[in-house]
Each structure stands twice: as C-alpha cells, then as structure tokens.
Design a binder for this molecule. Structure first.
Ligand code: T4K
Length: 370
C-alpha cells in the first residue's frame, strides 16, 4: 500500500543545517523574546516580500487577533468578512469582541465581493477583512474603494498568499494590514507561525507592542497585549526554509499546469481564476466541481480519492456562517450569500506540493476520468 498523499506537505530543511544554526542559540541561551534569529528572519522577510515592516508571530491566528486589536475599533463594532475561509478569520473577529458580518463572494474569484460588502455596511461597521482564499487575490481595488468611500479599515487575511504580487506590488502592501500564516501547511512556514506586514508606521508600532503584552519598556506598559511572540527555534526553521521556497513554487506551478491540462475541456470542472498581472503564491489548487455537468459530486470524488489513499480537502466546508458559535444573531449577522451557498459543496483542494509524483497524478486522473 502506497503512503498516503495529503493536500499539503511541509518543506523541511536538512537536520544538520538546523543543528548548526541552533548551536549559537544553545550557547547564548537566548531562545525567545525577539532574539537574533527572529530579528534576522524579520529582515529577510522584509527583503523577500518587498515590505517596510514584517512582524513575526506565534501563529497566523494570533497575528490576526493582534492586527484587529491594533485598529482600536469601537466596542461592538461590526467587521465584514467572507464565510468562505478558515475558522480563524471569523474567530479572530469574535475573539476581539467584535461582530463578524458575513457577505457573499464573487462567483469567479471566490473572494469577498465589494458590492456585497457595500450592501452589508451598517452604522456599526468599522472594518473589512478580505481573504485571498486559496491564493486567489481579492478584488483589492474594489475593496479599497469601498473602504475609502465609507471610512472603513481594511485588513487582508493573506494566509494563502505568501509572496503573491499584483503588477509587481507585494500583496503585503495593500490595505491597512496584511496577515500571513506560517503554519506547516503553508508554502513558506516556521512549523507554527504568523506574520504581519503593513505600510503604516503607527499601526506597526501598536502591533509590536500588542505582540509583547503591550510592554514599551521595563517600567512601562502602554496597552493591553498578549504573548504572540515567535521563538528562536521556529525562526531558525524559517531562515532555513526561505531559500527553499522558490524551488517549491516552481514545482507547484508545474503541477498546476498538469492539473489544468487534466481538467481542460471537461464539462463541470474548473479551477482557480487566472488573474492578469498576478504572481500566484501557489498555495492551493481548488478544483470546482459542478455535479450536474460533471455527473458526480465533489463528495463522490473526495470519497473515491480517500479509498485510494489520496486525502484531498473540502476547504472551506462547512463555511464559517454554518459554525455553532455563529448561529445566533447576537453574535453575527449574515447577508444573503447565494454564491457561497452554491460553491461550498463544490470545492475540493487537490494535493498540491512537490511530493506529488507522476504515479499520484495518474491515480488522480484515472479517478477523475471514470
Ligand atoms: N486564515 C486562513 C485563511 C487560514 O487558512 C488559516 C489557517 C489561518 C487564517 C490561521 O493561521 P494559523 O493560526 O493556522 O497559522 C490547516 C492548518 O492548520 C491551518 O493553518 C490552515 N489555515 C488550514 C487551511 O489548514 P487543517 O485542520 O486542515 O490541518 P491538518 O492537520 O488536517 O493538515 C492538512 C494536511 O496537511 C494533513 O492531512 C497532512 C498535512 N500535514 C499537516 C501537518 C499539520 C503534514 O504533512 N504535516 C503537518 O505537520 O488546518
């Protein structure tokens, strides 16, 4: 029996290189709290991503929470977001005491629809969180336009968009703040970790303070904060993984072409929207299956894959507005979301990493062709 094939497979550096890097950590015993490796990784990420500010976090979720807190919104404020995302996006809003309001996505990109955002705005709305879901970029211009006109803050959950660019501009430079996940399942990772980028120096300073209990100096605490810091061990993994990213992107770009050819001309199958001028992060390959046209459902394919040891994922089903904590009107409000309602039973993220080999592709292709 072949070993299982998962949706994601973390890149990993040589253990010997890791040992070498950790020798200094062991000798100085500076293992966390903005240590030298942590600071070096922040510098390297600034250069790689082309951003003026890069702040590391213990996880993408902690980073989201700190990003939202840094905006200083009014108690009970509403934040409009997409339900077609990982639980963390909605949870971070609710965890900060704000109300997530779920609005619909665009049919083609599956990202938050600026027109739906406009309709969802109430007199309590203070911010919007767009998600570059699967690595497809939001309609950044459309969301920025609504937020500018309606005086709303704009955060991008860029968990799936590490390294993405639009017309040569880093995705980390749009909106007020961008938040990345550096979890093991992500293209670039630090085992667990998160990252915030922003072009706004005031927000950068608040974010830095909130990450470290609000501590400004030994004798001064300026704001309520948490422990969101990344350790030296995690930063070491990041420093060794960063040079591996380009090769992983190249392998995934090739795999994307293979998958694209596999579904080309097949009624009822489509994938991620190609966006002009966009350098993709190559995070996921979402296959969108129309059951009427294709003749089988997304769940049929999911189960058949599973029977062959192929663990594709139905991200993000159920969607956030289906979760128990968001069933009460007091906790959230949901606008009509016809596109999400239609799409949530159709997306299947295929195994998408450099560990997917020719025999895997043959298996996948055979199952799809039955
Ligand atoms: N915003 C968005 C849009 C996100 O997608 C996420 C996280 C966040 C925010 C929050 O960021 P973090 O706080 O997580 O940094 C996974 C990840 O845990 C999660 O980070 C990610 N999104 C989400 C989309 O996927 P699960 O429950 O699907 O993970 P799991 O354990 O089932 O892993 C998927 C597959 O990956 C496994 O079948 C095998 C493989 N895998 C996984 C791990 C953990 C490995 O090969 N090695 C591993 O160590 O959530």
């Amino acid at each position: 029996m072949e070993s299982p094939l998962y949706v994601a497979r973390p890149i990993l550096p040589d253990l010997s290189q890791l040992n070498e890097l950790l020798e200094d950590v062991w000798s100085t015993r500076i293992v966390t709290n903005e240590g030298p490796l942590h600071n070096r990784l922040e510098e390297e990420l600034k250069a790689y991503l082309g951003v003026p500010v890069a702040k590391l976090f213990a996880s993408g979720t902690t980073a989201l929470i700190c990003a939202i807190r840094s905006l200083g919104l009014t108690e009970g404020a509403e934040i409009i977001t997409t339900p077609l995302t990982f639980a963390a996006t909605a949870h971070a809003i609710a965890f900060c005491g704000y109300k997530p309001v779920f609005a619909d996505v665009c049919e083609q990109s599956l990202t938050l629809d600026p027109a739906a955002v406009e309709t969802a705005i109430s007199d309590r709305t203070e911010a919007v969180i767009g998600v570059h879901v699967y690595g497809t970029l939001c309609d950044v211009t459309g969301l920025q336009d609504v937020c500018r006109r309606r005086n709303l803050r704009l955060i991008f959950d860029a968990a799936h968009a590490f390294g993405s660019q639009k017309d040569g501009t880093s995705v980390g430079m749009v909106g007020d703040i961008s938040v990345f996940s550096l979890h093991a399942t992500k293209l670039f990772h630090t085992l667990e970790g998160g990252l915030i980028t922003t072009g706004n120096p005031q927000l950068a300073e608040s974010i830095r303070l909130i990450r470290n209990f609000g501590i400004a100096s030994e004798e001064q605490v300026d704001m309520v904060g948490i422990n969101g810091k990344m350790s030296e061990l995690h930063a070491a993994i990041g420093l060794l993984n960063l040079p591996l990213v380009e090769a992983e992107i190249a392998a995934r770009a090739k795999l994307r072409q293979t998958y694209d050819s596999m579904i080309a001309g097949r009624p009822g199958l489509r994938s991620q929207l190609t966006q002009p001028g966009v350098k993709l992060s190559e995070q996921y390959y979402p296959l969108i299956i129309d059951p009427e046209e294709f003749g089988r459902t997304r769940d049929d394919i999911y189960e058949e894959f599973k029977a062959h040891g192929i663990y594709a994922r139905r991200y993000f089903w159920p969607v956030c507005s289906d979760f128990a904590p968001y069933q009460s009107e007091k906790v959230h409000s949901v606008q009509a979301i016809p596109v999400v309602d239609k799409i949530k039973d159709r997306v299947l993220c295929l195994p998408f990493h450099s560990g997917v080999k020719v025999n895997h592709i043959e298996n996948i292709s055979n199952i799809m062709s039955k």
